[in-house]
Design a protein around this ligand. Sequence first.
Ligand code: CP
Length: 302
Amino acid sequence: MKDFISVDQLTEKEFYTIYDIYRDYRDRYRKGETKFSDLRGYSILLPFFENSTRTRTSFELAGKILGADTINISGSSSSVKKGETLYDTIKTLEAMQADFIVMRHYMSGAAHIVAGRVKSRVINAGDGTHQHPSQAVLDAITILEKKGKIEGLKIAIIGDILHSRVARSDIKLLHMLGAEITICGPQTMLPRHLEPFEVDFVTTDVNDALKDKDVAIFLRIQLERQKKPFFSTVNEYSIKYGLNQERLNLLKEDAVIMHPGPVNRGVEIQSELVYGSRSLILEQVETGLFTRMAIYRFLLDS
Ligand code: CP
């Protein structure tokens, strides 16, 4: 596998190979081995045409821990602002001998287009409403670490499914790994055609969605992708779909809650519950670092 554009590329066996690499790096790092030489001599360029905290930082840090040279390119300060096309920008980065291009773009399909035109390995760090494959891998690993398995778990994904590349990626991967998937959101935020989504249950009732689940993944309301309002007010959304203590009690007793971040505090999840005892949100971030180290290594070995 030259590039990692979509979770569709992964088999179950390949996911568990990444998980094995993840565990090896994490365990060695925790024992004090904080520098590796696996990517020494390699360069990683990170053009991000959309904002990011977690993904960009963890891909950069993961590259540095593995010994690579990393360079950030912000879309807003690049020559794209002077009219250069995405194609010409990426060919320029390739000419600088980039071994890896880790890119985020607001256009669905951008990473796929680029990957077919450059020799550099391309990792999709999120493209429009299409895919965010490394997020799905880290989410699956976070669940696996906490629950010891994925097969047979009942997982609810709640929120703005329509605009969410995380939902598309998580649903595909978690379903392949044997979870039962329920999606929930306002009717206006559920895709009209659900056939390509491998989901077991669809509901607009959040109480119904949460009942007896092992894991609940809440998604950010993506106001920046909503050209017209998809609900009356943020407050109404929060009342109808936000997680509060009463709704938390509907989950199984040992259930966990997750969110890919950034969280709209008090909207998707009540503020006190964001880092509460049932929340894995910070575990997701930590897992993301070792997962991205593992993804680099996996691509090099493929
Ligand atoms: N989960 C996620 O993609 O977060 P960032 O936008 O901060 O990278």
